[in-house]
Design a protein around this ligand. Structure first.
Ligand code: ATP
Length: 884
């Protein structure tokens, strides 16, 4: 049964347990007295301390402790590393399990040394080969029994086919001028090979009833491209190197397509090939390593085994019984820091690719670790050829072991820390391990040994192959019959049926019955036929071979096409799934956006409705307002009209009342005048000397009133001449009466002394408007009254009289008038005022244009002023009467 990685996992259900990646650490010895940054704490710990320069530069000072499965100090031999790290994996490989060993570390830390070593002290790789061949040497299949099918599988050929292939191989080797790639030419061997110290380790207990064959492949991943190091193209410098592709076989195992798989029969043969290929490996000189690997190299040892038949003689050609397992030995290129290697150009590009692929490896392991903790992330194996090729291992198709190589050099401190972190991650990754595979056959175990024992017995006792004859021949008898034919080699037996009937001849000496001539005839006839048949067979064989080759080519091409289609399909599938995911995301986003849009639309609708409602409300309000406005405007107009009419009516009535009043006042005044002229003047004149003392220009309130009331009057009172009062700036005129009769006469003799200064009687309205103006009348000594109630106010001490009126002028501005006059005591003990000055204080609004006062307004003002003055006059008259 052909066992393959995937088949083991899914088909047989052999996955029993999970094991973490085994991580070992090897410390490279220091040169001379360099400063070390590592301390090995046996058996499995390592302490990394920052070098002294870090302390000096103020860097981290903490030492870090890392634990591995085992730590090997700088004195550990190659042999002991091989024994504890690689030997278990070889045991696994021989029992059908796969294994992967890779060395990881910074450049120059000893990865290649650990993997390959040198002739005197071989590394893991030569020791693995030695051990495998030591273990299977007694059970090796003849060469070409197993033939690679170039699709990561093997075919089992019959011995004849294997022989034919061998012949062809030899012929090709002879014909090829370039020599034989498998030929071991001791003369041309590597110096390492000549004095090579072999490892004598041998694994016991392998299945003896199987035959084994070993195949090797050797590829490198350089700048993320896979090259076959066993490719003959390398010999021909003119031909460009062929990049190989990584494919998945029918059982979903990854392999390098069209990479040479060479069958090796011994360690020497394997080494010859390995060293020749090793020369092809990209190695370069850097500051940190004279021979620095610029590529990841993968040396794979495939062990193919198939059981022997029931006789323990020949290989069972059923492919299903075949077991294929492999051990991959990976020497990773070292991680590099450009600032240390100072690489440029091609070396820099290589370093970039190396670091990228190592980073992908690290990412894959990190994600694997996360996934086993419950995450479900996609592992980006395809991002690098390295991880892509080992996908199966990480998916649980074999045991994975890592050797972390570290250099103690203080300069490597930083990089060692990174390596340690990677190692820590790796150790936490659990990988499913398939159990040992055993071919399930119905044959008896130990048949090889039994067969061998039988053969030995035959040889020693001279027994016939079939063990017995029908008629045992006598000592001098030779029997030629069917039984004899069955003992003929297979090549002849094949044609047994084509030959003439076998005569049953018995040769007895002497030849009495002429058996010899008969036998000779028979042999001649059959020889002729045999040669004819042989020619025909050969022809048919070649035909068949051609047909087979053609069909194989066809099949190969078809499978290639299928593979490329498959990979295309896979890519497309991936693309489609990515697009689907994107589409789903986009759908989800679109749905989200649609939901939002719907929500917004609903909100907009709501808001629109609200706006419409508010607008209609606003319109209603506006209409109502307009209505109200119109209503009130109408009302206002009506009211205004009404008021106007009312006012006009009132005005008219007031006017008429006023006129009536004026008339009655005039009447009264006239009556007073008459009275005065009839009574007082008569009395006054009766007082001697009075008439003579009457001043010519004396002015009385009465005359003032007359002047205002009847500007042009010329009645019985006598003629009036308008004379401006001297010193009155405003041009206020007072009428000088011609008549002396009835006028209060100022008694100049009684004028009060002015030495003490004038005493003013300020007669002002009850509530004067505060003027706050600078133009205030100068009245140092004054007495302010709002009403003349007491005659003493005028008669005693007062020498000046000032009457203040306030009102609006025609422009609506405030106008204050100060009528000033001298208080002149009258002869009767009273007093009269002689107005000699009018001051007008006007408060003008700058916004209102001035307009002239109408004469009737002026008249009214004077009237008002005079009525106030009259009051005083009345009082005086009364006092006068009282006195009398
Ligand atoms: N354990 C060791 N004992 C003795 N010499 C060693 C040991 N490890 C490494 N060396 C030596 O150190 C040098 C560098 O080692 P090696 O080439 O194996 O490093 P590397 O890690 O493979 O470097 P790169 O990644 O650049 O290929 C070699 O000369 C090698 O012989």
């Amino acid at each position: 049964m052909k066992r393959n990685f995937r088949g083991q996992k899914s088909g047989s259900g052999n996955l029993v347990n999970k094991e973490p990646i085994e991580v070992y650490c090897r410390v490279k010895p220091l040169n001379n007295s360099e400063e070390s940054c590592l301390t090995v704490i046996p058996p499995n710990q390592i302490k990394i301390s920052p070098p002294l320069s870090y302390f000096r530069n103020g860097g981290p000072t903490k030492a870090m402790l890392y634990t591995f499965k085992k730590v090997y100090d700088d004195s550990t031999s190659q042999k002991s590393i091989f024994t504890s790290v690689a030997l278990p994996l070889i045991q696994n490989v021989l029992t059908g399990k796969n294994g992967l060993i890779f060395t990881y570390g910074v450049t120059g830390s000893g990865k290649t040394f650990t993997m390959t070593g040198n002739g005197q002290d071989g590394g893991i790789l030569p020791r693995c080969l030695d051990t495998i061949f030591n273990s299977i040497s007694s059970y090796q299949a003849k060469k070409h029994i197993f033939k690679p099918d170039r699709l990561n599988g093997f075919d089992i050929q019959s011995e004849e086919e294997a022989l034919a292939d061998k012949e062809q191989d030899l012929l090709a080797q002879i014909l090829s001028s370039k020599g034989n790639r498998n030929k071991i030419d001791k003369k041309g061997s590597e110096p390492d090979l000549v004095g090579r110290v072999r490892d004598a380790t041998k694994i016991e207990n392998i299945d003896e009833d199987n035959v084994y064959a070993v195949f090797i492949t050797y590829v490198e991943i350089y700048n993320n491209t896979v090259y076959d190091l066993l490719d003959d193209v390398f010999e021909d410098k003119a031909k460009p190197l062929q990049a190989k592709i990584i494919r998945e076989d029918a059982s979903r195992n990854m392999y390098v397509h069209a990479a040479n798989e060479l069958e090796v029969y011994s360690t020497d043969e394997a080494f010859e090939i390995y060293y020749r290929a090793q020369k092809r490996k990209r190695v370069g000189q850097t500051l940190l390593n004279q021979e620095s690997s610029r590529s990841h190299s993968i040396f794979t040892i495939k062990v193919v085994q198939a059981p022997l038949d029931e006789d323990g003689e020949k290989v069972v050609t059923d492919k299903k019984t075949m077991i294929i397992s492999q051990l991959s030995l990976v020497d990773l290129a070292g991680s590099e820091r450009t600032n240390r290697t100072k690489n440029t150009g091609q070396r820099l590009k290589e370093a970039g690719n190396i670091n990228n692929s190592l980073l992908t490896l690290r990412t894959c392991l990190e994600l694997l670790r996360e996934n086993q903790n419950g995450a479900n992330k996609m592992i980006p194996y395809r991002e690098s050829r390295l991880t892509h090729l080992f996908k199966n291992y990480f998916d649980g198709e074999g045991q994975v072991t890592m050797i972390v190589c570290v250099s103690q050099h203080a300069d490597d401190y930083d990089e060692n820390l990174q390596v340690m972190k990677f190692a820590e991650i790796s150790q936490e990754v659990q990988i499913s391990c398939p159990s040992a595979v055993k071919a399930t056959t119905c044959y008896t175990p130990g048949r090889r040994r039994a067969n061998l024992a039988f053969k030995e017995a035959v040889n020693s006792e001279g027994l016939d192959n079939d063990g017995a004859g029908d008629v045992p021949p006598g000592p001098s008898e030779f029997v030629f019959n069917k039984n004899f034919i069955s003992g003929v080699p297979k090549g002849l037996g094949l044609f047994g049926n084509s030959f003439t009937e076998i005569p049953d001849l018995r040769f007895i000496e002497p030849d009495e019955n002429g058996a010899v001539p008969k036998f000779c005839n028979y042999m001649e006839e059959n020889l002729k036929k045999f040669s004819e048949l042989a020619t025909e067979f050969q022809k048919k064989r070649f035909d068949l071979r051609d047909t087979l080759m053609q069909s194989e080519r066809q099949a190969f091409l078809t499978s290639q096409q299928v593979q490329s289609l498959k990979s295309l399909y896979e890519k497309e599938k991936e693309k489609i799934s990515a697009l689907e995911t994107r589409a789903m995301n986009a759908d989800a986003q679109a749905a989200k956006l649609k939901r939002k849009t719907d929500e917004y639309e609903v909100t907009i609708k709501k808001l629109k409705l609200e706006v419409a409602e508010k607008e209609s409300l606003l319109n209603q309000n506006r209409a109502e307002k307009d209505k109200v406005k119109e209503h009130y405007t109408n009302k206002l107009t009506q009211t205004q009209e009404k008021l106007n009419k009312e006012m006009e009516r009132k005005l008219r009535s007031q006017k008429s009342a006023l006129q009536y009043e004026m008339r009655s006042k005039d009447e009264k005044l006239r009556a007073v005048r008459r009275l005065l002229s009839d009574e007082n003047i008569a009395n006054f004149e009766n007082i001697p000397g009075n008439r003579a003392r009457l001043p010519v220009d004396s002015r009385s309130v009465e005359s003032l009133m007359n002047a205002v009331d009847t500007p042009k009057a010329s009645g019985p009172a006598g003629s009036v001449a308008a004379t401006p009062i001297a010193g009155t700036p405003s041009g206020v005129t007072v009428r000088q009466t011609c008549r002396r009769m009835g006028v209060a006469v100022a008694n100049r003799r009684h004028r009060r002394s002015r030495s003490a200064g004038d005493v003013w009687l300020e007669h002002k309205p009850k509530t004067p408007v505060p003027l706050n103006t600078l133009m205030q009348p100068t009245m140092t000594k004054r007495k302010s009254v709002t009403k003349l109630t007491d005659a003493k106010d005028v008669t005693e001490k007062t020498s000046k009289y000032c009457l203040m009126t306030q009102g609006q002028d025609s422009d609506g501005d405030l106008e204050t008038r100060l009528y000033k006059g001298d208080v002149i005591p009258t002869a009767g003990g009273g007093a009269q005022v002689m107005f000699n000055d009018v001051e007008v204080l006007k408060q003008v609004s700058p916004t209102v244009s001035p307009s002239r006062k109408r004469p009737d307004e002026i008249r009214r003002d004077i009237e008002a002023a005079c009525s106030i003055a009259l009051e005083g006059h009345k009082i005086r008259r009364k006092n006068f009467k009282d006195e009398k």
